[in-house]
Design a protein around this ligand. Sequence first.
Ligand code: AGP
Length: 608
Amino acid sequence: MCGIICYVGKDKVKPILLEGLKRLEYRGYDSAGMAVQFGGGVELYRAVGKIIELEKKVQDVELPGTCGIAHTRWATHGEPSEENAHPHRDQAENVFVIHNGIIENYHPIRKRLEKSGVRFRSQTDTEVLAHLIALSFDGDLSEAVRKTMSQIEGTFGIAVIHRQRPNEIVIARRGSPLIIGVGDGGNFAASDVSAMVRYTNQVVHLNDNELALLTADGYSISTAQAKSVTRVAETVEWQAEDAELNGFPHFMLKEIYEQPDTLLNAIRGRLEPGEGVPKLGGIIPVWERLKDCRHLVIVACGTSYYAGCVGRYVFERLTEIDVEVEIASEFRYRKLNFPPNTFIIAISQSGETADTLAAIREARRKGAQLLGIVNVVGSSISRETLAGVYCHAGPEIGVASTKIFVSQLTILTLLALLLGRHQNLSLTEGVEAIQALSALPDQIKKVLSYDNHIQAIAEKYYRCSNWLFLGRKYQYPIAQEGALKLKEISYIHAEGYAAGEMKHGPIALISPAMPTVALAPRDSMYEKMISNIQEIKSRKGPVIAIVTEGDEKVRELADEIIEVPPTLEYLYPILTVVPCQLISYYCARFLNRDIDKPRNLAKSVTVE
Ligand code: AGP
């Protein structure tokens, strides 16, 4: 998705915009641009390709302006080109606008404007905004934006400046996130906190159909109906170094190595060892209803969806609750008849995924109660759900989700344990669960210590064009997640399959050229996984097995062994996913892929 960063204040805006764009590059990047106000004029710079191309264009340009807007583009309308890059402007070059989202009705608007003599420069939907704002402008930029909002269908997060309104930025949102950053001596706006976390940790989230006027001295929020809104800033827990590489070659590897801390952050202050009952303050508002809930639906996308698939097994193990898991983009189209007191759990790192947002809005219409498991504080999903649990995992910059997946699994386990201990789960089982959870951070560190061994395995097989990941029960979603990781960062084709399905088709694929990652920890599926491994070996398929430390049986069968420490069956996914992450990472490295910014992908998919 596109990235937005703006600033107005006492400092020169050029370095702030460039710094912000670099932190947003992971959101989407086929072109970038900036518009800077100075001396009654506006200077526009745009470049195709990565941020460095724009940086080269402006590096020798003296830009003393202290008010500006900047944008990284992930093309939806019009191919990547300088003319299609944002900011876009009106014919007279008074209005400059940047936009994240999709204007659904841009085509008829464009036709009407062209008929009235307006000449368009680009193929984008965004450009209609510049012309409409210019036409509505009569000295008040906020009013011009408000009038334009009423003509637009679709989603937008926009920032606008006008030549005649120096040191003013107007931002507006509907469906695409926009956050105000309150700084000392200046104010920011961005599509993502990480773009401005270096300058401020005081943020104000804009809601849908709201706009705000930013000046050096402050901000004022109002609704599309011109009703004033008072909203105080929240403090984000993130620090600038959270969004730095800190010596790692890629954010993805840094975030894989953060997982022991991520898990500690997910359980910190939430465990009652003596009682075997976790504490989750975020669900107190709905606890009286939630504790009697007997039907749960988990909705999510991508990696978050696979976390939900593990969560279903964990809830079935620890509670008496019926759990469904649905891909959010499919959930919306189902005929939904929820039993009374149904809860929906939306799982989302960004809290802005359009499909997941649409799914929970549909569920709310049908009377379900909404919970969120989200990482970004104040994000749309966190604000549209009744209650929920934050991951507190800091920013996840790499497009491929790693640490957040482990955090999501941990939080789902805590939630299931809490509910289970108010149902039939015994004190002994509760205490056992908490002890095992508390051991996980060090156990993840143990798995990370096999990094070189895993790298060597990746080096042996990274040239293979097709991979298979197999698992059963708790490990089946890990097989799917492992396949997704490999696909999205190395571009190697991989499938994650229920191992029991092998004889129903996929076994036809087995060949010496197709490695199979077999998830075979010492759990209730162990013996069956050994049979799967034998089937594959008898057809000369290479097997990379992820097993419990000390395993001898699989060692005799598999070509490669990666060990994880012993834990409870329902906690093994938190350990077995780590070798899958590292295998994918190193395959992508050997293939020289753009690991943190894989082609065609964006960190937060805020369009459907
Ligand atoms: C995960 O590696 C992918 N980047 C993607 O599948 C992601 O999990 C999905 O888009 C959901 O994002 P969310 O958690 O922010 O909702």
